[in-house]
Design a binder for this molecule. Structure first.
Ligand SMILES: *Cc1c(COP(=O)(O)O)cnc(C)c1O
Length: 459
């Protein structure tokens, strides 16, 4: 039995609240789980269940819940100056100080930032900046941006167009013109040809970019965008050979490289930014989520010196948001980054937490339902498989991921399901003991899923 308070909230929720990425009718019938408070790596729902949040909220609560320094920064800034804009030759101190701090923690080619309030908006900004850049250089025909199937770059019109999610494209007649997609570096989708190693596959997947550039004509291509590790697509970790090859191809044809760091930025892969793990030197980085550990919305685009130099010579750039450089959001970001520095969290992830997570999570490969359990830094994923010996996958109609996700929740663990993949992105602050607990709960959920499938006669 759920308590009266929960029932009342669920009723109002069903009556008035349209949730993101949700079947409204189905949720109204089922009732949502209401999360009421959180501490460290645990969230608590309105029924008093404690749940280990192995997804950091939505890939964002990198420093964990309950960090008082972030709360204090917001409170102080709200008291002193809750808002002022940066439109008409004005500015606010936190936006300026954060810009300098970002220049400090990002790779050396980045010394300029344009603020927004989300990852989606930041990619909208970048799309316009990329085209503006080529316009100023007198190459107006360079409009096309190449992305990848199963990429996620946000949910605005430009964000969803840059993304490669078919289900999203179907809603709203997307993508908009001038955005095309190539295959993703995921061998299970693309069918690793017999005898091809993973390293060779990385080079093959990157070559699809060159094929597309030659098909379109290099002088028509403005930029390539990609997430260092695809997040929402199911934590697709590319072969180590992939990104250096992408960089080489972009350089060869003079094409701008956009690294969407909304998930991989701010320590997620054990480096400050994902491009540092992958060995690329992008012209743009999209950031959001982890910049404030999700405590308040903030996003932005880091702009490389060579692009900024051109934009500075181009006169007005007619673009911006009311909340570009919002003082409270920027103050929280400063506190978050300083906390990361004080705790030396990036090195701790790299040298201790990520290696520990790797051995613990990848041990799940011994489970009869699991293959490809793999982590990189503090993201991980595994494939739920029907037959380990033959490699036969479950039919989509089984909904194996959703069954497993249900058992995770039931056992006090939040893991996300993407098709037949189960994925994690825990807070960077998670302890070794909490990682052990995460994997123990995951195993319970896998066992329960296995039992369900046996009962249903699916395996
Ligand atoms: C979440 C995400 C976005 C979109 O960010 P929002 O803040 O939801 O608009 C863009 N790119 C990547 C890689 C993301 O994971």
């Amino acid at each position: 039995m759920i308590n009266v308070h929960t029932a009342k909230l669920q009723q109002l929720d069903a009556a008035h609240y349209m949730h993101p990425f949700t079947d409204f009718k189905a949720l109204a019938a089922q009732g949502s789980r209401i999360i009421t408070n959180a501490s460290g790596v645990y969230v608590t729902d309105s029924e008093g269940h404690q749940i280990l949040d192995a997804m950091s909220g939505l890939w964002c609560v990198n420093m964990g819940y309950g960090q008082q320094a972030l709360v204090d920064a917001a409170t102080k800034q709200m008291t002193v100056l809750p808002f002022y804009n940066s439109f008409f030759n004005t500015a606010v101190a936190p936006a300026i100080e954060l810009a300098a701090l970002l220049a400090d923690v990002t790779p050396p080619q980045f010394n300029h930032v344009f603020y927004s309030s989300s990852g989606s908006e930041s990619n909208d900004t970048i799309l316009r900046m990329v085209r503006r850049y080529w316009d100023i250089l007198g190459q107006k025909q360079r409009k096309t941006i190449i992305s990848r199937h199963n990429a996620y770059h946000g949910s605005t019109v430009a964000g969803a167009s840059l993304g490669g999610m078919i289900g999203m494209h179907e809603h709203g007649d997307l993508p908009i013109p001038g955005i095309v997609h190539i295959g993703q570096p995921y061998y299970r989708e693309n069918g690793l040809p017999l005898g091809v190693t993973e390293a060779e596959f990385g080079v093959i997947a990157a070559s699809w970019l060159e094929d597309k550039i030659l098909e379109l004509g290099a002088d028509k291509v403005a930029a390539f965008i990609g997430e260092p590790v695809q997040g929402a697509g199911g934590v697709i970790i590319p072969p180590a050979t992939y990104w250096p090859e992408i960089q080489r191809i972009c350089d060869k044809y003079g094409i701008l490289l956009i690294s969407d760091e909304v998930i991989c930025g701010f320590g997620r892969l054990g480096t400050w930014f994902g491009c540092e793990t992958m060995g690329t030197t992008p012209d743009f980085m999209t950031f959001a989520k982890g910049v404030t550990s999700g405590y308040i919305p903030l996003g932005g685009a880091m702009v490389s010196d060579r692009v900024a130099k051109v934009l500075f010579e181009g006169g007005d750039f007619n673009h911006g948001y009311t909340y570009s450089g919002h003082p409270v959001a920027c103050a929280v970001a400063i506190a978050n980054i300083k906390l990361m520095q004080e705790l030396d969290i990036v090195n701790t992830v790299k040298n201790s937490t990520a290696p520990y997570l790797k051995q613990a999570f990848e041990a799940l490969n011994d489970h009869p339902l699991v293959v490809d359990a793999q982590t990189l830094g503090m993201v991980g994923g595994l494939v739920l498989i029907k037959n380990k010996a033959t490699g036969e996958l479950f039919d989509d109609s089984v909904g194996v991921g959703m069954i497993c996700r249900g058992h995770c929740f039931g056992n006090g663990l939040i893991m996300r399901a993407v098709g037949n993949r189960m994925i994690i992105a825990p807070p960077l602050t998670i302890s070794h003991a909490e990682i052990d607990e995460l994997v123990r709960l995951a195993r319970l959920a896998l066992d329960a899923t296995y039992a369900d499938l046996q009962t249903a006669g699916v395996i």
